[in-house]
Design a protein around this ligand. Sequence first.
Ligand SMILES: Nc1ncnc2c1ncn2[C@@H]1O[C@H](COP(=O)(O)OP(=O)(O)OP(=O)(O)O)[C@@H](O)[C@H]1O
Ligand SMILES: [Mg+2]
Length: 328
Amino acid sequence: MTDMEARHSVPDRTQGGEAAIIVEHLTKRFGDRVAFNDVSFEVGAGEVFGFLGPNGAGKTTTVRTLVTLIAPSTGTATVAGIPLLPENGSAIRSRISLMPESPGLYLRLTVTENLQCFAGLYGLDDVPGRIGRALRAVNLEDRARDLCGSLSKGLRQRVALARALLNDPAVLFLDEPTSGLDPVAIREVHDLIESLRKRGVTIFLTTHRLEEAERLCDRVAILNTTLRMIGRPDELRARLFRRSLDVRLRAPLGDPRTLFGAVSDVEQWEQTSSGYVLTVANPDRAAPVLARALVGAGADILSLGESHHSLEDVYLELIDEDVEAKSR
Ligand SMILES: Nc1ncnc2c1ncn2[C@@H]1O[C@H](COP(=O)(O)OP(=O)(O)OP(=O)(O)O)[C@@H](O)[C@H]1O
Ligand SMILES: [Mg+2]
């Protein structure tokens, strides 16, 4: 059976809001070394899912496992609606694609020749039509006859993305797709990811770039051998950090302890170089009460608003600390 036949013979269970990827208690060991341990998560169909973690966290090994390049040690998974089992390898591969960290192109072949070569390896039909659509998707039609060796790193990355699109994947795995690219090339890859999302492709994106995850991803998982946390970027921030208000005044308060003590919502406060940071249960309720108290005490308010932590703060907190202990 060819990959295309396998593709048509499997019912599409990723439609209708079902999960595109289900991972349950998955572990991969290389001898004594544990690459990732007891990892469980789900990715919804059409979701852009960010997979973050420091070097050696097990991100690439997780991707390699899910794209059927290596077998898990224990645990189960479903990828594009198909159980991750040795006998389903070709059926899974026909519905997914991987863009690995290095583009892996033949530099002495042209863009089109590279794509023809890979389309042949994948056993795809309608090769010219697929190559045309893939090149259009990454806006590379004008460079189709250029040797890959003559292209910039950013353009090679786009050829690699075109290659990953040849089989019209339901689930696309992107392993560090923007590493080493300049800001313009990064923006182009981001725009491509956005356009794939609009077409309903599920995207599994490993990245070190936190602002990339924050900008593109519906949900983010943070891995450091074990899965540390998973959720929407704003949920992760809210779960990890207490909410707080930043207050900047023209001059320090004479008696901050008494003033803040009189505002019932304020749980803790500390003085910073530019003002005060107040930990509060409910910033929307506390801010107006606090503003009145400050004005009543004769303070000149320069600014008063909720502090916003970036995903980078969340990430560093999770990587630096024992999160399981912290969340208790
Ligand atoms: N084939 C292999 N044999 C032995 N150990 C391996 C193999 N592949 C990966 N590892 C180990 O598994 C761990 C996870 O590696 P992995 O490449 O998945 O990390 P990563 O999160 O992708 O890191 P990076 O951010 O650097 O890409 C590392 O300790 C690595 O040395
Ligand atoms: Mg990696």
